[in-house]
Design a protein around this ligand. Sequence first.
Ligand code: 5GP
Ligand code: ZN
Length: 403
Amino acid sequence: MSDTTHAGLTIEITPGVDIPAHLVGEVQSKLAYVDERIRAAEVAPSGDRITLQVQAEEDTPQLQAELDEKVQRVIDTMVKGAFKPKIQVLEDHLQRPTPYNQDPMQELVARGEVSQEATGMFSLGPLVTRLIDYFEDQFLGLADAFDANPYRFPTLIPAKYLERVNYFSAFPHSLSFVTHLREDLDVIDEFAQHAACDQHGLNTPPDSFAQVQALLSPAVCYHLYFSLADQPLPNGRLAATAVGSCFRYEAINLASLERLWNFTMREVIFVGPKDYVLKNRENARQHMSQVLEETGLAYRVESANDPFFIGEFRKQAAFQSAFQLKFEIRARLPFEDSTLAVGSYNYHQDFFGRHLNISLPDGSPAHTGCVAFGLERIAFAFLAQYGLDVRDWPASVREAVHG
Ligand code: 5GP
Ligand code: ZN
């Protein structure tokens, strides 16, 4: 079934199997990667209808058939045989009273506090920057509590390392590749004379670019593990901290500060024996519970899984859930009655220790874990709960931001 609108076509698809409520969001986010012509996708909360906004001149049976086949493939792979994970809630402060209930984006843009360079790329003004600095101080306090050593990591990440930790099969959809012109005078001359942008981007022929050896980094802690690869872990344990730019391409899911292509992550990272990593992950949660109380943030900590790609999703998500590998700090967004992950407590078992050959003094592979915060997201969630008028903010935040 379809009808035409001036923006393109609306196409409705009936899933071959109903999508259970707990997978509606996951399936919807994957529809962004199904076909370049899809401009918007919505799975009905009841899970029995999918509505696509499609950029196409006319509706043809062929278009319908192509989209239907790909969408059903996503549903079959993600939904068939899936079981509902038991959500474990470690902390629930979602009902903490907060004074604001508007979407802060409009006011942020009007005041020049947020300006969009392109989809998923934003510049932030003084108030938001000071607010992020306040949160950064809290995260540095967390790092200090563990005597975590500071590190700085590159924004680029070598393809060969991502391959070694199976990133390509787990998250292919969100990768951002880096290249440069081939070292060839003709290619460089040609580019210098003819490079131009249209609405689709640069007009450069793909064969002018060198083969991809580097990507934009999707996470901070990977760099620490890479630096420890293929050797025994000095002292048998390590606590570290770093902040860095991270990149996850989110296609049409990119919207406001909730989801960025280019965002900033602060991590506190633990490497060592299993008990050491798990105990510190729990201590970090308890430390942050006090910090977040002071900031007044309304949030909940609950079990979660990473957004694995379609083929890997069911198995990997079930694995993370069964072994309690990931807990998210989900802050309330009052204006849309939803929650947003502003941070996560992660335990990777000995995955990186095995794949990167990081060994403990007894010869066994090291375990790793990290506590990660999305800086733009935590500031956005705070502003969604407290608004832009600092007089309405909790005293500790107001004083830190305004001296
Ligand atoms: P994780 O490694 O748990 O996926 O990410 C850690 C944190 O980084 C998340 O809890 C979130 O705050 C932030 N983050 C992850 N993806 C995005 C994104 O697409 N945009 C923004 N703004 N933050 C993100
Ligand atoms: Zn991490």
